[in-house]
Write a protein that binds this ligand. Structure first.
Ligand SMILES: [Zn+2]
Length: 186
């Protein structure tokens, strides 16, 4: 009977949608747990690098990420870590897609990520410079409004434009005299 066939179809569809939703939630949870190799107090979600997690009809997971900057040595590690975490969550052939547009900016670091940086003694980036068109090359160090993550003083001097990683600059607080790293605005 036609009515019976029509009556059954929505149930099957609903089961399939529910199964996919559950798979997507599991895949998201796994992908969101992956941390940045250079700033391990931040997940890739906190960093704003994780752009999308999708599950296709065959249950395959596709994760989209945007590199922090081209040539960032951590990118290959991020990709491997994502694939490994998803494998552990039961997604055998997860794929990682790299999205280059729009370009990542430190403005994408979430408020939770900024709090995690500060809690780890690293000064979070301020507002990133707005850019459109060609980027002017500066040969003098950038001036930044930096606040000491230990004592909150805004009185700090740059010691080196490069900290333990190229994305951080090394500062010294003139109030508590402690050195600290600052994530550079890009
Ligand atoms: Zn200080």
């Amino acid at each position: 009977m036609v009515t019976a066939a029509l009556g059954r179809r929505p149930v099957l569809d609903r089961d399939r949608v529910l199964a996919r939703d559950r798979a997507l939630a599991r895949a998201r949870e796994a992908a969101c747990a992956v941390v940045d190799p250079e700033l391990p107090m931040l997940t890739l979600a906190d960093l704003g690098v994780l752009r999308d997690v999708a599950v296709d009809d065959d249950g395959g997971v596709v994760v989209a990420i945007t590199p922090t900057y081209s040539g960032c040595p951590a990118m290959a590690t991020m990709r491997d870590d994502l694939v490994r975490e998803l494998e552990a969550a039961g997604f055998a052939d997860a794929r990682v897609r790299v999205v280059l547009e729009p370009a990542w900016t430190t403005d994408w670091i979430t408020p939770a990520g900024r709090a995690a940086l500060a809690a780890a003694g690293i000064s979070p980036p301020g507002a990133a410079p707005r850019r459109s068109g060609p980027v002017p090359l500066q040969l003098v160090p950038a001036r930044r409004a930096v606040r000491c993550p230990r004592c909150g003083s805004g009185d700090a001097v740059v010691g080196s434009e490069f900290g333990s990683t190229p994305c951080k600059a090394l500062y010294r607080c003139l109030t508590c005299l402690e050195p600290f790293e600052h994530v550079k605005e890009i």
